[in-house]
Design a protein around this ligand. Sequence first.
Ligand SMILES: *Cc1c(COP(=O)(O)O)cnc(C)c1O
Length: 392
Amino acid sequence: MHLFIPGPTNVPDAVRCAMNVPMQDHRAPDFPELTLPLFADLKTVFANGTGRVVMYPSSGTGAWEAAITNTLNLGDRVLMSSFGLFSHLWATMAKRLGLDVICVEREWGEGVPLEDYARHLGEDKTIKGVFVCHNETATGVTSDIAAVRAVMDAAGSDALLYVDAVSSLASIPFEQEAWGVDLAVSGSQKGLMMPAGMSLLGVSAKALEAHKSSTMQRCYFSFEDMLTSNDLGYFPYTPSTPMLHGLRAALDLLFDEGLPQVFARHHRLAEGVRRGVDALGLSLCALDPKWHSDTVSAIRTPEGVDAGEVCRIGYSRYRTSFGGGLSKVAGKVFRIGHLGHLNEVMCLAALASAEMSLADAGAKIELGAGVAAAQDYYRSATATLEAEAGAT
Ligand SMILES: *Cc1c(COP(=O)(O)O)cnc(C)c1O
């Protein structure tokens, strides 16, 4: 099977093998030798200098909840936006948890509405939290987090900034400290190349301070129990030790390649896919190139071609999993996830399989056109890379 969904992503052999370990004593005196370097290295991945990173045994959704309940009070007013399934779901959760949510609705395919954020923050000084989905996985849209921080600063807002970085962390640049992100939510099964089951939360020094006076109900996910144990290299409850070994291996792979190189690779792979999509005469769900995501491309099928059928054919005839269109864009888009453990040739395979599936579903496309455009781009981009490496 060929897995091109935007999470879970392909797990490298090194990570899979690292998780195949006998169970061990998580209260042993030498256990911190495994865990303390993980906490330190995760801070590098989040670019979080003065805060903390905590890990929970949950999928990313659990860290969405932990970010809210650890830092806010019931009834607090927060500013959010909805322009895809994930941004929509986080806003829904905030309402269900009892926050007073201002949610700016946008067309699916757009990114964070900066002008609306500026207006709300200028008019309403009671806003306690500003939320953004960095990479909206349903539509393949990346938003500019530094610009959100700039809007908050210009309005003199002292709200906390909450960012969903589940499908961006460790794949495209993320700068928690420099962007003034207070709560950065992520998960194990996307850029970190692990199975689902671990969520990660980057917490700023300011968020740790806010935690002390926050009164929302929380228990299992509470920062204080977690951080007190983590300080010593332990957890307040039983951690999944195989996952911690997997994380070690995944971080080693990321650091061996180099984070800037990892980001450059994701950009290169995504650009090839986009050129392929363009050459097929198709368009992306993202409505402006400034929002193009380097981790997932949501591709609109031509009028009359059911995107669900493209996915079904890909899976049953060509053993390829594409992401389906979610909710509002069901039947209209299919998605190629190009994040994690992936290279140029794998992306060419994804395009080749997408072309066959599209043609079988009735799309009038020229077989090979997308692959050829991507090949051209990959050839020149990798030649440039080689020349640069030779020059240094
Ligand atoms: C995958 C994802 C999540 C988290 O989903 P889980 O299934 O709970 O891990 C949240 N936000 C975005 C943008 C995602 O891509």
